[in-house]
Design a binder for this molecule. Structure first.
Ligand SMILES: [Zn+2]
Length: 291
């Protein structure tokens, strides 16, 4: 999808299943199951999407999927449906070999975002994109070394510790424009120092929502996953981003929504909701009311 000075494409590292209750926080099941059906273990499907953005001579990958280093028991717990090396295979098939990636933005270091960052080679863990620069908020990097008991299960240090030895790990302090038009916007309610990539393309704004708003259902402000460490902060961060998104008719890209890749939003009857949702191409092809 061409948009101003950038081109965007989505790649999948498969689908997992997470507990429906945890995915929707305090929202009662009779409400959330109208949006998404649970399986016989009360789990809901969670897409693992990564965004490839090309512009200004750079090829930027946002997040790296869940990766291959999972045993049979873990694959069962997380209901993993993916092929070995799926993300890398999809990139290769699209004419995007690993050495052509110039930059990898890690929104945060939870295992379903950074699991594919490193490969388990004979001589130890090694970055999958071995010529890329890696962009992480310093606050998230430090939190991931020493998480709380509550979120420790979400981090596996072997996913990312090898990045520290590359000389290409860029730890960022706060908001940053790392390439012209690509701004990283830190938010802290889900986990301290998560960063939201926002592309100001010259034709509009494209935002990769990561875990701030994982699916269309989570556009409604009080629908916040139980995983978020500081839900009241997530609430205000969602309100702030969605207000901008309505005002300037942003294209919002979902990492985890199995049905919709993207949407544009409106504020109607006291709540935020999708004005249009669908594939990234479909959503990009619609001009907004104010555009
Ligand atoms: Zn997360």
């Amino acid at each position: 999808m061409q948009h101003g000075q950038w081109t965007f494409s989505l790649f999948s590292d498969g689908v997992i299943a997470l507990d429906g209750g945890a995915s929707f926080g305090i929202v009662p099941k009779p409400l959330w199951e109208k949006q998404v059906a649970a399986d016989d273990r009360n789990r809901v499907p969670v897409a693992l999407r990564c965004l490839l953005a090309e512009g200004h001579g750079r090829r930027v990958l946002i997040d790296t999927g869940i990766g291959d280093r999972w045993d049979a028991r873990q694959r069962d717990i997380y209901g993993m449906q993916r092929r070995a090396g799926q993300l890398l295979t999809e990139l290769e098939a699209a004419g995007v070999p690993r050495p052509s990636i110039t930059d990898v933005v890690l929104t945060h270091l939870h295992f379903d975002h950074v699991g594919g960052a490193c490969l388990d080679l004979a001589n130890g863990m090694s970055p999958a994109f071995d010529t890329a620069r890696w962009w992480v908020q310093r606050q998230q990097w430090e939190w991931a070394q020493n998480p709380s008991e509550r979120d420790r299960v979400s981090f596996r240090s072997e996913d990312f510790e090898a990045l520290a030895d590359t000389g290409r790990l860029e730890l960022i302090d706060g908001p940053a424009e790392i390439i012209p038009g690509l701004r990283l916007h830190p938010v802290h309610g889900h986990t301290p120092g998560m960063q939201i990539p926002e592309f100001f393309t010259g034709q509009g704004v494209v935002v990769f929502l990561t875990d701030l708003i994982p699916t269309t259902a989570h556009l409604h402000l009080p629908w916040i996953a139980g995983f978020d460490l500081n839900p009241l902060l997530s609430l205000s961060e969602k309100r702030q981003l969605l207000s901008r998104a309505v005002e300037d008719d942003y294209i919002l890209v979902f990492q985890h929504d199995p049905r919709h890749e993207a949407c544009r939003v409106e504020f109607q009857d006291g709540r935020f909701r999708a004005r249009i949702a669908g594939t990234l191409d479909e959503v990009a092809g619609t001009a907004g009311a104010g555009a």
